[in-house]
Structure formats: C-alpha cells, structure tokens
Design a protein around this ligand. Structure first.
Ligand code: ADP
Length: 173
C-alpha cells in the first residue's frame, strides 16, 4: 500500500476527511446512489450551495468538479464531480473519468484540503466497468500525489465487495 493512500469499505458519508467527493450529475440537483446518500446525510446546506453554483455557471460538465460545504457531514467540504456514462469504452470516456479524479484533486489542493475521500465514480448508475475504473482512479491519484504538496492523503471508499477486492489488489502491488 502506498503510504498516502488508504482503502476502506463502507459509507463515504461517515468518513472523516477534509473533503469527500460526490459522484454527481451535471445538474448538481442530487440523484441516486452515493449522490442521494451525501445529500441526505449532509442536509439542505449542500443543495443550497449547489443552487448558487448552478445560478453562476449552469451546473457542472462531465469531467469537471465544483466544491460546496459539507453541511452536517463530518467532512468540511463536498467536491462534486461528474463521471462519464459508460457506453462503449471510447478513449474519450476513459479520459473523462481521469479528468473527474484529477479536477477533484486540483480543486481540493486549491482549497487547502489535506485529506480527501473518493467513491468509485461512474461504477454505479453510469455502468463503467469496475476494473477499468479502478485502474484509472488509482493511476490518476498516484500520479497526482507525486507532485502535489497540499493533499497529503487520499482515501478510496468502496461500497461493494467487488470494488473493494479490485482496489485491494491494485494498491498492494
Ligand atoms: P455513478 O452515477 O457515477 O455511477 P453511483 O452513485 O450510481 O454513481 O455509483 C458510484 C459508486 O458509489 C458505486 O460503486 C456505488 O456502489 C457507490 N456508492 C453508493 N452509495 C455509496 C455510499 N453511501 N458511500 C460510498 N459509495 C457509495
């Protein structure tokens, strides 16, 4: 395991980190899966911030990221990013998943975030193959951590057994 990468299985809304990442959709108005769980646990302050962002810039494009309060969550911030919907595995889809991780990390660093937790973006409703998504997530994070001096620790939070097993394998190599 890399010293600055941690792996846990569970509910990201319970994680004590400076920021947790939400696998949001472009509307930023909430949804199912981890998005629903974060808004439910964090309360209305998160949606209030999302509405302000929508008024300012009209949502969040796929591969980009925005930041809000963490509301009632243990985390101070929620970084909302939008992963790609998987269709045929075109290079563009892989690139957009990488961008979702990278832009979340950059935004974290800009906001002084030292510890950040990621869910397995795009591997639920957006149907990205879990093995491919895990490889992209791990390689993007490792690459970022080499050069960055603000973000000290990244926590991968896997909800399901399959993702947890995949990350365990990747991170122990
Ligand atoms: P997407 O639309 O990006 O696919 P989903 O929320 O459907 O987003 O799924 C992304 C991942 O989040 C899935 O692997 C799902 O199992 C996981 N997930 C769902 N609820 C939670 C939660 N409370 N904490 C962490 N991960 C979760």
């Amino acid at each position: 395991m890399q010293p600055n990468i941690e792996l846990i299985q569970g509910d990201i809304t319970q994680v004590e980190a400076d920021a947790i990442v939400n696998a949001a959709n472009t509307s930023l108005m909430g949804g199912g899966g981890v998005d629903g769980a974060i808004h439910r646990a964090g309360g209305p302050a998160i949606l209030d911030d999302c509405r302000k962002i929508v008024a300012r810039q009209g949502g969040c494009k796929t591969g980009e990221a925005v930041i809000t309060t963490g509301g009632k969550l243990p985390a101070r911030y929620v970084i909302h990013t939008v992963g790609p919907v998987y269709n045929s595995g075109k290079p563009k889809e892989l690139e957009l998943l990488r961008s979702a991780y990278l832009n979340s990390l950059k935004l974290a660093a800009e906001n002084g975030v030292r510890t950040i937790a990621f869910p397995n973006i795009s591997t639920g409703i957006y149907r990205f193959p879990k093995d491919k998504a895990a490889e992209i997530a791990v390689s993007t994070v490792k690459e970022f951590l080499i050069d960055n001096k603000i973000v000290e620790k990244v926590i991968f939070v896997c909800f399901d057994d399959e993702n947890y097993g995949l990350y365990k394998q990747l991170l122990h190599n």
